[in-house]
Design a protein around this ligand. Structure first.
Ligand SMILES: [Zn+2]
Length: 340
């Protein structure tokens, strides 16, 4: 399939950092992008962005999460290295030698994650890698020098850099869940001219703090109480050597019957004749924004849609641009079907 991929929009969304709990700058940019499509919105105190939703008709809410996993400076050593902690569930085995950016007062300070290379040899004798055995090297030669550029509590992100692979695959940090945001934006663009004719209001939200306990989406569930919520997030691909191979890149978004998804909505989505994968999900319930609606808005029917991603929560997650096109098509067709 030749994907109908909009690289300009992809770059606009992927090139702005939004470490979890510090989504504000990204949300302001998204707010402007949605406004250009004719959707007025705002950013709340939790860091959620949402478009305004009149109450004259039922509400269909489309959502993805704005935040991504990150690191945070917890100490600056006498030699000028940065000790750090993880914010969200990141696989530390992907850290060594990675290029990162320290976000400090609007500036971006480049750094490299280091550790003692000889630790590798010790792994056979029981050495386990953890964040205490690593540091970030910004090139400073003393604490005093480092303090001129960074401070404790600064957020650290993987350097935004996109690599085009074969088969229209892209390797990039924060595919979780910027892929979902890309799809949300393209759906907003696609329905902007027909939305006033629909028997329900279609609203859009980008939740904050998903990676640290789905905190923003709980507030959104209570604010909107939508009749239907469609949550677009990523799903673990398993088409790698030794993997279960039940969720593959390039075969479309994943639909699943788990505790969060409304069975009727899953059935409607599966019958739309749009390329997708029906699979069992990585978790039976919880761990995503879908759960926030189940527990905070009991009259909402939820449909979670998963975009397959390899190397989840690493510096280079791998996605298929074809899956983005399929996801947009699936949701757009779903909206039309529900409107009948
Ligand atoms: Zn996610």
């Amino acid at each position: 399939m030749i994907s109908n991929f909009d690289r300009d929009i992809f770059l606009k969304i992927f090139n702005v950092y939004s470490p979890t709990s510090r989504e504000y700058d990204f949300q302001q940019k998204i707010s402007q992008m949605f406004l250009e499509l004719g959707y007025e919105g705002c950013v709340d105190a939790c860091g959620n962005f949402y478009t305004h939703c009149p109450k004259d008709k039922p509400t269909l809410l489309l959502m993805a999460h704005a935040d991504h996993v990150a690191l945070q400076v917890k100490e600056i050593t006498a030699e000028g290295f940065l000790k750090f902690r993880k914010i969200g569930g990141i696989d530390i085995h992907s850290f060594y030698g990675q290029e990162v950016v320290v976000l400090h007062n609007g500036q971006q300070i480049p750094g490299i994650i280091g550790r003692n290379p000889q630790d590798v040899n010790e792994s056979e004798s029981g050495f386990t890698i953890n964040t205490n055995s690593m540091w970030i090297d910004i090139g400073a030669t003393s604490k005093e020098m480092a303090k001129k550029y960074v401070d404790i509590n600064d957020f650290i992100v993987f350097k935004s850099r996109h690599i085009n692979l074969l088969n229209e695959y892209i390797a990039t940090p924060s595919a979780d869940d910027k892929t979902g945001i890309y799809c949300l934006y393209k759906i907003a663009e696609k329905i902007s001219e027909i939305r006033n004719e629909l028997p329900f209001n279609v609203c859009f939200a980008l939740s904050s703090q998903e990676e640290i306990g789905c905190r923003g989406s709980k507030a959104l569930a209570m604010r909107f109480h939508p009749e239907i919520a469609i949550i677009i997030d990523t799903e673990y691909a398993s088409d790698f050597p030794g993997g279960k191979n039940n969720i593959c890149l390039g075969k479309g978004p994943v639909l699943t019957d788990n505790a969060d998804n409304n069975p009727t909505l899953v059935k409607i989505a599966r019958e739309l004749n749009v390329q997708h994968q029906y699979a069992y999900s990585s978790s039976f319930c919880g761990c995503t924004d879908a759960e926030s609606f189940i527990t905070n808005s009991p009259d909402t029917s939820v449909l979670g849609i998963g975009i397959p991603v390899r190397n989840m929560h690493s510096a280079k997650e791998v996605l298929s641009t074809a899956d983005l096109t399929y996801t947009i098509e699936l949701v757009y067709t779903f909206i039309q079907k529900v409107a009948e």
